[in-house]
Design a protein around this ligand. Structure first.
Ligand code: CUA
Length: 180
């Protein structure tokens, strides 16, 4: 077998360098494209919450969960636990900017809303916040997508997107799936 000359080795190295550069460039372009065109962005919200007292005080107490309209702000608060979401169903209006806020008292969970750009992890100690506009009406599935234990596959919720004129908050500003 002929030993490679210095020239051959240099050629191989340059070829691999070009290949790796091309792959990294392609991945970077895909990330930029996803961010600019599909509005899929890495999380930037850093907000802490005490997982031990989540259910006792503050915005994630049971009575404060679900969708609430506050002026022009439409916010839904959801707690992710092993192995359920509280509430199990939230109502959101179509074609409005809405905010989803998640927290967990136990382990790492994750959510996505099928067919939308909503996708985030839910980490104990932090509030995960997502802004989005739902364009399609109907019941969208929101499963947990982070393996969180034996009941992981049974952990899901529903996002009920209703036309804007059917989105009617009660006197307390709340909208629930039950009332409909
Ligand atoms: Cu929660 Cu998987």
């Amino acid at each position: 077998m002929r030993a490679d000359t210095e020239q051959d080795i240099l050629k191989t190295e340059l070829w691999w360098t070009a290949l790796v550069t091309a792959v990294v460039t392609a991945i970077m372009l895909a990330i930029i494209y996803a961010g600019l065109v599909h509005h899929i962005n890495p999380p930037s919200n850093i907000e802490t919450v005490d997982p031990k007292t989540l259910h006792l005080t503050g915005e994630f107490t049971e009575g404060n969960l679900g969708t609430r309209v506050d002026g022009s702000q439409i916010t839904s608060r959801i707690v992710a636990t092993q192995f359920a979401f509280q509430p199990q169903c939230i109502v959101m209006p179509a074609n409005r900017t809405v905010t989803l806020r998640f927290a967990t008292p136990d382990v790492i969970h994750g959510i996505l809303v099928t067919g939308t750009n909503v996708n985030t992890m839910i980490i104990p100690g932090y509030v995960s916040q997502v802004h989005t506009v739902f364009t399609k009406t109907g019941d969208l599935l929101m499963p947990c997508h982070e393996f969180c234990g034996l009941g992981h596959s049974q952990m899901w919720a529903t996002v009920r997107v209703v036309p804007e004129d059917e989105f009617k908050p009660g006197p307390d500003g709340r909208v629930t799936c039950d009332a409909r």
